[in-house]
Design a protein around this ligand. Sequence first.
Ligand code: C2E
Ligand code: MG
Ligand code: MG
Length: 414
Amino acid sequence: MMTDISTTRILILDDDPFILKLLARMLVNLGFPLVDCCENGVDALKLLDDVATRPDLILLDLNMPGMDGIEFVRHLVERKFTGSLILVSGEDERMLKTTEKLVQAHKIPILGYLQKPVQPEALRMQLMKLASALSKGEEGIARKTYDAEAIRNAIDAGDMVNYYQPKVRVDTGAIAGVETLVRWHHPVDGVIYPSQFVGAAERYGLIDHLTQAVLRQAFAQAGAWQKLGCDLKVAVNVSMDNLASLDFQDTVVMLAAEAGVHPSGIVLEITESQLMEDERVSLEILTRLRLKRFHLSIDDFGTGHSSLAQLRDIPFDELKIDQGFVHRASEDETLRAIYDASLALAKQLNMEAVAEGVESREDWELLRQTGCDLAQGNFIARPMLAGELNEWVKKWRVRIEAEALVVRIEGQAQ
Ligand code: C2E
Ligand code: MG
Ligand code: MG
């Protein structure tokens, strides 16, 4: 974990040796002594794969012969890179902005971008962001990492706690379901978000253990809601690594049966932003779960490698448009184009479309205008504990009317 600028390791990746020298000198002058330079992506990946040389920050050139910057980002995603990134390019602002969006959608913390020729002042501004993030211990930067032992103990101690975020119908405002989002209630560090331990659990081979704990809680909760007469679909995030062994489908089926919940009340959200190791196995698991009537959802749509191929091969019921293409899509042409295309694809393939990351009234209005089926995001509700849901539903009903969020209210004549 890096704690201050003197121990921050910075990697510059640029095919131009002159730029490398220039940037390295600027960085040293700004007080960053640990700087590595690479002229191509392959060498940079070698440094990344070694703990001793793994950078905290990468200055990445977009245009390079061989592996270009975008391809390099894909490798960062595969390696679950948790440092920060600054894009450097001679491309125009629009291209840089689009790439920035793409990187953010991959959940790689990006500090910003620099246009070539890089001015020392501009570089200093970007690095100030890093320094201030460091001092605040901001999410995504300089975060504490946890080892296998700590994660395993937390799972066994029941410190991994499910939160639930509502998904509502855009036309009526009715609550359709919830997405399960796990948080670690750490006895010392407080509430820890999944970005800080799910990737680690995958690397340590603990993801099956974690997913089981999450499924158990979620199914028990789904059963409890069913008994209360609430017709809520409960969604759970499934890691691609869970789909590596055929045991997974038996586990899911067994846990659902134990909790007495019908598979049709469960949605399994699969993120397509990781490469599949053995596609046949994951395909078989998903197809069999679908045959058992579990619902399948493709998560973070628009950000991954093989989204279209996966749509062809896997019978998804639901498509979740990534939050990176939802929030502010009404004011940004590029975002809007990706949002529209994803929505059209969902409709054409008869899937329910869910917009993630609905943060503002403007976002909500866009969904209404375009006929998106479901909405999820902080504008509607933040993830909450199961016990808080009832209270929220009451407040939401009041809000729908007070703020005129929908035309038709559920159960009311038009
Ligand atoms: P996701 O499945 O795409 O979940 C949506 C994420 O967006 C959640 O982050 C949620 O808190 C956040 N979010 C919700 N509304 C808004 C909004 O209006 N604006 C913004 N900016 N963000 C919003 P969270 O809880 O930190 O989870 C991050 C990711 O971690 C999830 O992305 C999911 O891929 C993964 N994850 C969460 N729980 C689990 C789990 O139990 N198992 C596995 N394998 N992965 C999980
Ligand atoms: Mg999800
Ligand atoms: Mg998502």
